[in-house]
Design a protein around this ligand. Structure first.
Ligand code: ACO
Length: 336
């Protein structure tokens, strides 16, 4: 039976390192508060003029090289982001043009922090049924151009960083070797207002209108809004439940998991989820310390960093889980 596997991964982050102390010079916050509440010490910010599809290119090229193939071998691109280059066309299109892959189908996945898992599930399904053989899955974000760095926006601004990650998904007939064993996805749009950016509101006519003035966006709609406590609680519950669902579907227990690469929302969320599921702390990857929350990029970036540190090795059972705006959440099991 045809299965899919991750045959290459890559990542890229912009050069500029922004430490907690740097943010404390812009807003009322401190290194101590950020480290205690989130685990984050620094993150990367892209310079003005750079867009999401641009930082995705080096990540994708690294993943293709890792898989030992070129862009000419790719027959589908899935692009996950919540910070698209434009409202339309999709960033998959602008990315594909930068990669020089005309004619290759592209699809944007707009599922925020769970975007990589939605893309992986889609790639897995297409590969299994034989529609596409080589799927390039990309998760990339530029958050720093759309955050409020005043004290009003501090709850959100300290969390996010810019970055890109990519994975190549290809077929395998080896049911005992590296493969995607399962992906479970969920969403609950009743919580859409707990974490959102409303700058584009198509219900208004014309859409950019405030107090009768066209082109004026009120501050509360210009920046991301977040109910941090609600997101935190649902993230812990959602990721925990999705991991239990994954273990049950694969007839495994937590002891069978060799490595856990969660979406990096907050180190406390990852630690709590691991504890509830029964995954020991030394099996959990925390790339958030150096890169913050990079949303759709965080899982492929976590895989890259774990491998770089020698923690991700062939044959390992790797658990993935994510939770994000929407709400959206899910889990996956990958044999490396
Ligand atoms: N620096 C200093 N103080 C701050 C900051 C900051 N950056 N941000 C908030 N505070 C203050 C608050 O104003 C509040 O002050 P008050 O008590 O005087 O009102 C105090 O700190 C405590 O605020 P809480 O919101 O209770 O702090 P909490 O411990 O919940 O931590 C946090 C806040 C870090 C945002 C947490 O709720 C969280 O991580 N939530 C999940 C957020 C998340 O994961 N979002 C992304 C997931 S989805 C996705 O990735 C798109």
């Amino acid at each position: 039976m045809l299965r899919s596997r991750i045959s290459g991964i890559g990542m890229y982050v912009p050069e500029e390192v922004v430490r907690n102390e740097d943010l404390a010079s812009l807003m009322d916050t401190s290194d101590e508060w950020i480290v205690q509440r989130t685990g984050i010490r620094e993150r990367r910010f892209a310079p003005a003029g750079v867009c999401t599809s641009e930082i995705a290119v080096p990540a994708a090229q690294a993943a293709l090289a890792d898989a030992g193939i070129s862009s000419a071998d790719v027959d589908l691109v899935l692009f996950a982001t919540l910070s698209p280059d434009f409202h339309f066309p999709g960033t998959g299109c602008t990315f594909q043009a930068r990669m020089g892959m005309p004619g290759v189908p592209v699809m944007d996945i707009r599922n925020q922090c769970t975007g990589f898992l939605y893309a992986l599930a889609t790639a897995d399904a297409f590969v299994r049924i034989g529609t596409y053989r080589t799927v390039l899955v990309v998760g990339a974000e530029i958050h720093s151009h759309a955050m409020d760095f005043s004290t009003t926006g501090r709850d959100v601004a300290v969390l996010f960083g810019d970055g890109a990650g990519a994975a190549v998904v290809t077929p395998t007939l080896d049911t005992g070797g590296p493969r995607v064993r399962s992906v479970h996805l969920h969403a609950d749009g009743r919580h859409a207002d707990a974490l959102r950016l409303r700058v584009w509101d198509i219900s208004r006519k014309p859409y950019l209108q405030h107090e009768g003035q066209v082109g004026v966006v009120p501050p509360e709609e210009r920046w991301p809004e977040m109910n941090g406590r609600e997101v935190f609680r649902h993230a812990v519950e959602g990721m925990t439940a999705a991991l239990h669902e994954m273990l049950e579907a694969n007839a495994l227990t937590a002891a069978d998991i060799d490595l856990f690469v969660p979406h990096q929302a907050n180190m406390r969320i990852s630690e709590l989820v691991a504890r509830r599921v029964g995954i020991p702390p030394d099996k959990v990857v925390h790339s958030i310390v150096d890169y913050g929350n990079t949303t759709a990029a965080s899982i492929p970036m976590g895989l890259c960093l774990a491998r770089e540190q020698g923690r991700l090795r062939p044959g390992m059972r790797v658990a993935l889980a994510a939770f994000g705006s929407g709400f959206t959440w899910g889990s996956a099991l990958v044999v490396w």
